[in-house]
Ligand binder design. Structure first.
Ligand code: AMP
Ligand code: GLY
Length: 418
């Protein structure tokens, strides 16, 4: 049996493990660091996702056939390069290719150079120049920390004062550390947002079903930004017309651009798109599967994930056709009380055994001790269901959310309504 190590420990990694287990030759799974739910189907290994040296050594010592590097930070730190250097088969982009997520300035520069539609922008390495530019700029405007900032480095500013405060926070107060040594200041766009995750082997790009995330903490998109409070897939906003445009003007152009720059991309590219009046534009790239987009999308996928992973690594993605279940999937995230602010951990989770057999509860921040699950993070669970359409999937997901309890739990009631 093949041995596969998944790097990470959130809902996305649980979805990857679950999907691999459904395959025709279900591999022996390991996950570092994993979580409570993952520990039911994989052996969890106590190594942090960014501990490159330890991870590579462990993978080598334990003869892993494949390592799937799922989160952004080990990719940006070059974990896939380090594994490859030791002859270990790894899924995910190289450090160079992952820079499309690791540096917003790099991704914007790439899009500009290769004519990929995105918001107009300027990049600044120092505060004085950024502030001088803001004096002449039109509001609202968007100020972004260049580097990885746990999805929190984007500030939408309605007034000049807010924009100046954003530059102060990012560049001077270093709220996001070194990620804020540089800022991207860009045009504010309006329109619905769509996420498209796509497998890429460096030549062929294979988009998955579209998905829609819900980033704000509370109903009606109120409250602070989070890592994502729920998703559905596919989204009706991603029409055939939008898809045709994106395939030609965004997806293939991005693959070609990265090749032209000598940074072939192998792994998953996540296109964050905004459907503006002027057509679809790229909000951001991620160099990995989205969380919780992946949970909804994988519930819809018919293919054996291991076949796709092998095709990506071997450059044979042109031989794969993605196949999808009919209908829709909805994932509702149950979060700890207080999230995305501070929250308690170690609260007992009840009711998981009562969930319907065809509903999948992906664990994010959980741990398991003596057979009992406890909360162990901000986003705790992703209750994911399929139905003949979005309302049916929604109803099923929420009926099961109501069966699960932990003190302080909160979740949005409007996933899939918008
Ligand atoms: P990002 O991490 O770049 O995707 O930004 C996080 C969120 O900020 C996006 O999902 C959008 O909702 C919003 N955002 C980012 N850039 C812009 C923009 N140029 N105009 C409007 N909203 C934006
Ligand atoms: N759900 C958004 C992300 O994974 O970045």
């Amino acid at each position: 049996m093949k041995k596969v190590l998944i790097v990470g420990g959130g809902g996305r990694e649980h979805a990857i493990a679950w999907k691999l287990k459904q395959g025709k030759e279900a591999p022996e799974l390991y996950c570092a660091p994993g979580n409570g739910g993952i520990s039911d189907i994989a052996t969890c290994v106590d190594i942090g996702a960014t501990e490159i040296k330890k991870m590579v050594e462990w993978a080598k010592d334990n003869a892993m056939d494949l390592v799937f590097v799922a989160p952004d930070d080990p990719l940006a730190l070059g974990m896939v390069d380090a594994l490859a250097a030791e002859g270990i088969r790894a899924f995910g982009p190289s450090k160079d290719a992952a820079e499309i997520e690791g540096s917003k300035a790099y991704s914007k520069w790439l899009m500009k150079k290769y004519g990929i539609p995105t918001a107009a922008f300027e990049v600044f390495d120092n505060e004085a120049d950024a502030l001088a530019y803001l004096e002449t700029a039109k509001m609202p405007i968007v100020v972004k920390a260049d580097g990885l900032a746990l999805g929190k480095g984007v500030l939408i500013c309605n007034t000049l004062a807010e924009a100046e405060a954003a530059v102060q926070e990012i560049m001077v107060d270093k709220k996001f550390g070194d990620a804020g040594s540089r800022v991207v200041i860009e045009e504010f766009m309006v329109g619905p947002e769509v996420s498209v995750l796509a497998f890429c082997d460096g030549k062929t790009i294979l988009p998955m079903l579209s998905a829609q995330d819900h980033k704000r903490a509370y109903d009606n998109d109120e409250g602070k930004n989070t890592g994502g409070m729920g998703t559905f897939a596919p989204t009706p906003k991603y029409t055939d017309e939008v898809r045709t445009f994106c395939e030609k003007e965004v997806f293939q152009k991005t693959v070609d651009a990265l090749n032209a720059e000598g940074r072939p991309f192998k792994g998953v590219i996540f296109f964050g798109l905004m459907l503006t009046d002027e057509g679809p534009k790229v909000l951001e790239y991620n160099a990995r599967l989205g969380d919780p987009e992946c949970q909804s999308v994988f519930l819809m996928m018919k293919n054996d994930l291991l076949d796709i992973i092998d095709a990506v690594i071997d450059g044979e993605l042109d031989e794969i056709t993605l196949e999808w279940e009919p209908g829709s999937a909805v994932c509702v995230v149950m979060a700890s009380g207080g999230y995305p602010g501070s929250y308690d951990k170690g609260i007992e989770i009840a009711g998981l055994d009562d969930v319907d057999g065809d509903v999948v509860v992906f664990h994010a921040g959980t741990k398991k001790e003596n057979g009992t699950y406890y909360t162990n993070g901000g986003r705790v669970l992703g209750v994911t269901a399929r139905g003949e359409d979005i309302p049916a999937a929604r109803e099923k997901a929420y009926a099961n959310v109501e069966k699960i309890h932990f003190d302080g739990a909160h979740y949005r009631k409007d996933i899939g309504i918008k």
